[in-house]
Design a protein around this ligand. Structure first.
Ligand code: ADP
Ligand code: 5GP
Length: 191
């Protein structure tokens, strides 16, 4: 990244499963100054997901090739599937001066931090673990054993929050959004 003129801002939205990352990112993307980092993943698309919009859905073989080529700025195995942030589109967004939004897991965010990748690192926290359990249960996307695994992991991930620049508690969604917009300098509309 060092030889790329950097006008943009990398905004990392990270935190435990069910903390509200996807909900928050969807709302942040209503702002035309914000561009979503479309990750590559080996997991299968869910109903309603579109290849090239939500993710680049690729095979494990292709993922490994891209890894070998150094195409990822970070990558991680999340619950058995591979996920990675592509370096090229990020460099282009930085050169264009966009707010480049990464919705990634805690391992990935801490990799970028270790690389000293300049950016704003935001940990999205649930109000408490009871509420996290309730939200994940209501979302109905995970089988009970998977849900328990995610909750256990959430407790480990919570301990990493101090390594982020900001911790935003997603209690009232609008309050959390206002905090993040302020942190990212997006609180004033354009024009
Ligand atoms: P993540 O992407 O971090 O796994 P989601 O955005 O899918 O989390 O949110 C988990 C569930 O919690 C979803 O069903 C979502 O609608 C709900 N949710 C998100 N934010 C809030 C909030 N502030 N209050 C109540 N429910 C929320
Ligand atoms: P899901 O499969 O539910 O879309 O995402 C599972 C987890 O992977 C979420 O925590 C999401 O933020 C994370 N994730 C998505 N893309 C990436 C990526 O490129 N890198 C990393 N490290 N995690 C990602």
């Amino acid at each position: 990244m060092s030889d790329t003129p950097r006008k943009g801002t990398m905004l990392v939205i990270s935190g435990p499963s069910g903390s509200g990352k996807t909900t928050i990112c969807k709302r942040l993307l209503e702002d035309p100054r914000v561009r979503f980092s479309i990750s590559a993943t080996t997991r299968n698309p869910r109903a309603g997901e579109v290849d090239g919009r939500d993710y680049h859905f690729i095979s494990r073989e292709r993922f490994k090739e891209l890894m070998a080529e150094g195409a990822f700025i970070e990558h991680a195995d999340v619950y058995g599937n591979m996920y990675g942030t592509l370096r090229g589109p990020m460099q282009e967004a930085m050169a264009r001066g966009e707010v480049y939004l990464l919705e990634i897991d805690v391992q990935g965010a801490l990799q970028l931090k270790s690389l000293r990748e300049p950016g704003i690192y935001v940990f999205i926290a649930p109000p408490d673990f009871t509420e996290l359990r309730r939200r994940l249960t209501d979302r109905k996307t995970e089988a009970p054993d998977v849900l328990e695994r995610r909750l256990r992991k959430a407790e480990d991930e919570w301990r990493e929050r101090g390594r982020y620049d900001h911790v935003v508690v997603n209690d009232k969604l609008e309050d959390a959004l206002a905090q993040i917009r302020k942190i990212a300098g997006l609180e004033h509309g354009i024009g």
